[in-house]
Design a protein around this ligand. Structure first.
Ligand code: COD
Ligand code: ATP
Length: 203
């Protein structure tokens, strides 16, 4: 089955774009959401997170203390690398299992991941889409959505590849600014992917 990775910087709107593909019947694996699920379900991972970032990484009821972990990892490359090394292999396994489950019923699937290129997970996909938006738009969206400061958004941006570098690796693009319609762009890519997927199936 044809697998498409979709990424974009923080606040670019990749999740919003994925919701449009879902309306068209395309299943989406949300790697960032899955990472969070795994972090509260996988006993081995929970132990690893606690021993690396302290017992405060979880509240007494087992909920992940996002703010505590974010404050550590988005201020240190070394700490962020430790978190990624703990979480990413588990997310890769979850994607494999998910793709195996849905593969018989759909022409193609999407894997939405903030770190598609940084984590090498694009290598598990047949092609990729990059969602872009102007820097100021991205920052304003995240401030409004998450009630965080400009500095906090910029700290995360600085831990991700630039759009320019991602553009060198991506094969398809969606511009999610105030001028372009994402629906039109999604429909056009959907048509293209249906054709590609049907060719793959007939080979
Ligand atoms: C650090 C955590 C606890 C912060 O949680 P928080 O609720 O504040 O943020 P959330 O998960 O909603 O992420 C928001 C955005 O931050 C950016 N971001 C998240 N994790 C990372 C990371 N490891 N490196 C760079 N940017 C990241 C992404 O743009 C993401 O979409 C959380 O992001 C986490 O557990 N990250 C590790 C899992 C991961 O690497 N996810 C990304 C790809 S699988
Ligand atoms: N074209 C748009 N017009 C108006 N608001 C938008 C548009 N696209 C996205 N948004 C809003 O911007 C915010 C960020 O979008 P979204 O969550 O889809 O981004 P993301 O790339 O998945 O971000 P993150 O990496 O932080 O998870 C959301 O509140 C979303 O509703």
């Amino acid at each position: 089955m044809y697998k498409i990775g979709i990424t974009g910087g923080i606040g670019s709107g990749k999740t919003t774009v994925c919701k449009v593909f879902e309306v068209l019947g395309i299943p989406v694996f949300y790697a960032d959401t899955e990472a969070k699920n795994i972090m509260i379900k996988d006993a081995e991972l929970i132990e690893g997170v606690k021993s690396t970032f302290g017992k405060n990484s979880y509240f007494d009821d087992g909920i992940l203390n996002n703010k505590h972990i974010a404050a550590i990892v988005f201020n240190s490359e070394i700490e962020l690398a430790k978190l990624n090394a703990l979480v990413h292999p588990a997310v890769f396994r979850a994607f494999d299992a998910w793709a195996n489950e849905v593969k018989n019923n759909v022409p193609y699937t999407l894997k939405e991941a903030a770190l598609l290129f940084e984590s090498d997970s694009y290598k598990m996909c047949d092609t990729s889409i990059l969602v872009t938006a102007p820097m100021e738009t991205k920052i304003n969206r995240v401030i409004q959505r998450d009630n965080v400061s400009t500095e906090q958004v910029k700290a995360r941006m600085s831990k991700q590849m630039t759009d320019e570098d991602k553009a060198k690796m991506a094969e398809h693009f969606i511009v999610n600014d105030e001028e372009h319609s994402i629906i039109k762009q999604v429909l056009s890519l959907h048509k293209h992917f249906l054709q590609l997927a049907s060719k793959v199936q007939t080979i």
